[in-house]
Structure formats: structure tokens, C-alpha cells
Design a protein around this ligand. Structure first.
Ligand code: BYC
Length: 337
């Protein structure tokens, strides 16, 4: 056996068991199903159905794009942060998001898609990224609210992904979630400080909450009944909790935080339902969500143009790094000869 890619499945596969010689696809499929059913991990070297690979590339690359585009609304406030402390925190947070993008692009690359292909899809407008980053950050309070609510929603969605059936994605998410937790707390703490300030500052926080709340609820994706990818994603152990259930968990977790903060969540229908043991909430505007996903949000064009410009402006760095690597390789070969 020369490489792991020639490995094939055991008859009684256990999670993490290396594959051995494979006579036909049915055995491969059976091994894959057994690993997934046993909550094991599928690794890049393992056989996997094409549709599983495609779904992962779709989700992980969309996720990576979201992290990179997600640097923009907050990055926009770095030069205007109100103190050195807030600036240092914000710089660290935005850098973290860039790092998350890089782990995720690396995880997607293990599935055989190149980074150039993924960037091409983003820059040409073919690829999706989270709807939430197509809204503007109008005031300093938006930076706090993005940390509290957007990162809070991201954590809710991403903690189950730490148990995703695809090993590289699951492992990347463990570190991402730890960092997201710091992001959420720094946002909440910044808002707590503002809520102890002047009436103007309090009004600024409430205004930001009013503008972001519904967008954050939509972030979890369409209702389960209208989510074409959910059933298969859950069958494959990629998604562990449905869009609606995650949204509900987010609402239930956020209501008491809003009370401590002293803000009102802008939904007259938001109330505790004793029978369900959850909060009921009002209707999300799905027409707006789909308009934004399809390119018609307030900032879609600006976000994409900024990414494309950053890519073009960075061409000389990539060229220089490649030239340097080629020279080093040539020197190493000469020395070895
Ligand atoms: N925005 O069948 P569904 C972050 C699309 S990073 C845009 O439910 P699925 C952060 C969906 O892609 C946040 N599109 O799909 C970063 C699908 O279209 P395609 C990003 C959305 O995949 C920096 C169609 O709607 N997090 O938080 O089963 C700073 C039908 O949906 C959205 C991730 O990417 C949306 N909100 O479930 C701060 C997490 N929702 O692809 C914070 C990983 C749905 O069929 N991704 N669509 O053309 C996931 O968990 C899942 O992909 C989703 C959607 C829950 C997002």
C-alpha cells in the first residue's frame, strides 16, 4: 500500500479506521455510511460520495468567504475606535476573522478545490457569503452589536459544527469557536459600558440593536421547511441542529442578555411561551433576506468591490512570494546536485 488514497474500507468499519482495499463502490459507500452513523470522522484521504464533497466545498468556502468579507464592516471602525484599548481589541478581532478564513480555505482545499478557484467564485459574484455582512456599520455602537449579536449567532451556529463529520472542518471550528467567544464578550462589554454612559450613548446602542436584530435572526438561514440542503446535511452529520432550532436557541439565550443590558429587542411578538418552554418571535422578512443573498443588499456591491481591490492590490505580494520560493527551490536543488 503506497498511499492512503489507495486505502479501502474494513467490513466492520469503526470511526477513524483506515480504509483497506476496495473492490467496488458499494463497499466504499457502506464504509462511509458506517463511519457517519457511528459519529466518526471522514478525513480527506477517505473515500466520500461526490455529493458530500460538493456540499462541504460549498458550505466551507461560503463560510470562509463570510469570515473574510466579515472583516470589512468592523475593519471600517479601526481608525475611529474611541480609545486605544478599544482599538487594540478591534484590531485583534478583525485579525482573528482573517485567520478563520484561512483555516477554512485550508479545510476546503483538502477536498480538492484550489484557493484560486474559491477566490474566483467570490470575486465574480458566483459564491455566497453570509447575508449579514451586506449591512452597514453606521455608528460605534454597531461594532458592539456586531460582536454581541452577529458573533453570538455565529457561535450558536458554529458550536455544533465542531462535531461535523468532516475532520478538517470540525477541527478548524474548535479554534474558531474559542475566538468567537472572545468576540461576543468584547462586544457585549463595550455595549455595557455605553449603556452606563449618556442618554445619547444609550440611544445609539438601542438604535443599533433595532437595525441588527432581525438581520441576525435571518442569518441562521431559511426556515427548515424551505431549506433545501438541511435534510441531507443532517443525514451526513455536517449539520447537527436545524436552522429553526438554532434560531430558537439564539433567541432564548439573547433575551436575558438584552434585559441585563437594558435594551429592548424590536419585536412586539417576542414573548415567553410557557407551553413550549421557548420564546415566540415575530415574522422574519424572508423577501428581504433573499434579496440580500441574491446581491441586492445595501452593501453587496461595495463589499465585493473592496475584496476585488484587495486581491488586485496584493498581486505583487503573491508574485514576490512565488518568485522567492522558486529561487529557494532552485538553490536547494543546485546544492543537492
Ligand atoms: N446568508 O438549505 P439552506 C460569522 C443560503 S461567519 C447567505 O438552509 P445550508 C462571522 C445557503 O447557502 C457566518 N446565504 O443551506 C464572521 C443555500 O444556498 P446554496 C457564516 C445563506 O447550507 C466574521 C440557501 O440559502 N457562517 O459569523 O444547509 C465576523 C438555502 O439554505 C444564508 C457560516 O457560514 C445566509 N445567512 O445552511 C463575525 C456557517 N443562509 O448554497 C461573524 C456555516 C442560508 O444552496 N454554514 N443561505 O446556493 C452553515 O452553517 C450553513 O451553510 C447555513 C445554511 C446554516 C448558513
Amino acid at each position: 500500500m503506497y498511499t492512503q488514497s489507495f486505502n479501502v474500507p474494513d467490513a466492520d468499519a469503526k470511526p477513524g479506521t483506515p480504509l483497506k482495499a476496495v473492490p467496488h463502490d458499494a463497499a466504499l459507500q457502506a464504509h462511509f455510511d458506517a463511519v457517519v452513523d457511528a459519529d466518526g470522522k471522514i478525513e480527506p484521504r477517505d473515500w466520500m460520495p461526490d455529493a458530500y464533497r460538493k456540499t462541504l466545498v460549498r458550505q466551507i468556502s461560503q463560510h470562509a468567504h463570510s469570515e473574510i468579507v466579515g472583516m470589512l464592516p468592523e475593519g471600517n471602525w479601526i481608525s475611529r475606535a474611541p480609545s486605544l484599548k478599544r482599538k487594540a481589541i478591534l484590531v485583534a478581532k478583525v485579525q482573528d476573522e482573517g485567520g478563520h478564513g484561512l483555516y477554512l480555505y485550508s479545510a476546503a482545499e483538502t477536498l480538492g478545490t484550489s484557493r484560486d478557484q474559491m477566490f474566483e467564485a467570490l470575486h465574480s459574484g458566483k459564491a455566497k457569503y453570509s447575508s449579514i455582512f451586506n449591512y452597514p456599520t453606521l455608528t460605534w455602537a454597531d461594532v458592539g452589536v456586531v460582536g454581541w449579536l452577529v458573533d453570538g449567532a455565529a457561535i450558536m451556529n458554529q458550536i455544533p459544527l465542531c462535531r461535523c463529520s468532516f475532520g478538517p472542518y470540525a477541527r478548524a471550528m474548535i479554534r474558531v469557536c474559542k475566538e468567537e467567544s472572545f468576540h461576543q464578550r468584547q462586544g457585549y462589554e463595550a455595549l455595557l459600558t455605553m449603556m452606563q454612559g449618556t442618554e445619547e450613548q444609550k440611544a445609539m446602542v438601542q438604535d443599533a440593536v433595532n437595525r441588527w436584530w432581525w438581520k441576525c435572526l435571518a442569518m441562521f438561514g431559511p426556515p427548515d421547511a424551505d431549506s433545501p440542503n438541511s435534510v441531507q446535511g443532517m443525514r451526513w452529520g455536517i449539520k447537527r441542529i436545524s436552522n429553526d432550532d438554532l434560531r430558537q436557541k439564539f433567541v432564548d439565550a439573547t433575551v436575558p442578555q438584552a434585559e441585563v443590558l437594558g435594551v429592548t429587542l424590536p419585536d412586539p411578538d417576542l414573548k415567553w411561551n410557557e407551553a413550549r418552554g421557548h420564546h415566540d418571535h415575530g415574522q422574519i422578512d424572508w423577501d428581504e433576506f433573499w434579496a440580500v443573498v441574491n446581491g441586492d443588499g445595501p452593501c453587496n456591491k461595495e463589499r465585493l468591490a473592496t475584496r476585488v481591490k484587495a486581491w488586485n492590490d496584493g498581486a505583487w505580494v503573491r508574485d514576490a512570494a512565488l518568485a522567492h520560493a522558486a529561487r529557494q527551490q532552485a538553490r536547494a536543488m543546485k546544492e543537492a546536485a
